[in-house]
Design a protein around this ligand. Structure first.
Ligand SMILES: C[S@@+](CC[C@H](N)C(=O)[O-])C[C@H]1O[C@@H](n2cnc3c(N)ncnc32)[C@H](O)[C@@H]1O
Length: 209
């Protein structure tokens, strides 16, 4: 297994071919997420190689992380990588769909770098693992919207960070989310070669139902 060095974060990760290799989207989240001194519990959905939680754990030793991923290969990889970087005593991993069995948990933060591309006719050439990493639904963002509804319905008080891509999602969609009762804002955007990424923050408070 090849071990990759990420010198800017002072970590090393083993990443098999069927696990998402960290890219600009992963780094964009890492550069942008705000961790407060009071934050103790981070829930990361779709951890992939584990990069986001591992880096945040190294930087903020008082934080405990719970990471989910629907891919068993990712779950095993995160386990290995948290040991390599000596944060395994602060990171737990569950292989599951989003946070389906965690309606009673109350994380300070939820982070998801989601699959955000729409499905189209080229999808047939992708492996099942690739689809999990890349395709976020017919329009590209259904998976994230499902999670938003789940958090709201279960009255989980938290702050949620996620990404949308201009390939699938239009900035104007923020208005519709607000109409639907979400306290949501685009906190940063970045232009990549052929798309824009929007980092969105959603605050779920006591008044959410
Ligand atoms: C774009 S990758 C991000 C990986 C990693 N967090 C990073 O930033 O490099 C998306 C991840 O979400 C996972 N995933 C996709 N659908 C999921 C779901 N319904 N529940 C949990 N994880 C999911 C994929 O397996 C993949 O690891």
């Amino acid at each position: 297994m090849v071990r990759y060095n990420f010198p800017e974060y002072e970590i090393e990760l083993e990443i098999p071919d069927n696990v998402y290799f960290p890219k600009e989207d992963s780094f964009f989240i890492l550069e942008s997420v705000e961790i407060a001194d009071s934050h103790r519990f981070l829930l990361e959905i779709g951890g992939g190689s584990g990069i986001i939680s591992i880096v945040l754990s190294c930087k903020h030793p008082s934080i405990r992380c719970l990471i989910t991923d629907i891919s068993f290969s990712s779950a095993k990889t995160i386990n290995k990588n948290s040991r390599i970087n000596k944060v395994n005593n602060r990171i737990d991993i569950i292989c599951m769909d989003k946070m389906q069995a965690l309606r009673q948990t109350h994380p300070d933060l939820v982070i998801w770098n989601p699959p955000y591309l729409p499905s189209d006719e080229e999808i047939d050439s992708l492996t099942i693992e690739d689809k999990k990493m890349l395709i976020g639904g017919k329009r590209g963002y259904e998976e994230v919207y499902e999670l938003l509804k789940y958090i709201k319905y279960n009255r989980i008080k938290t702050t949620f960070y996620t990404l949308f891509s201009s390939i699938a999602w239009n900035k104007k969609n923020i208005g519709k989310l607000k109409e639907d009762g979400f306290s949501v804002q685009i906190i940063r955007e970045t232009s990549l070669f052929f798309e824009k990424l929007y980092l969105v923050k959603v605050i779920f408070s006591d008044s959410d139902a």
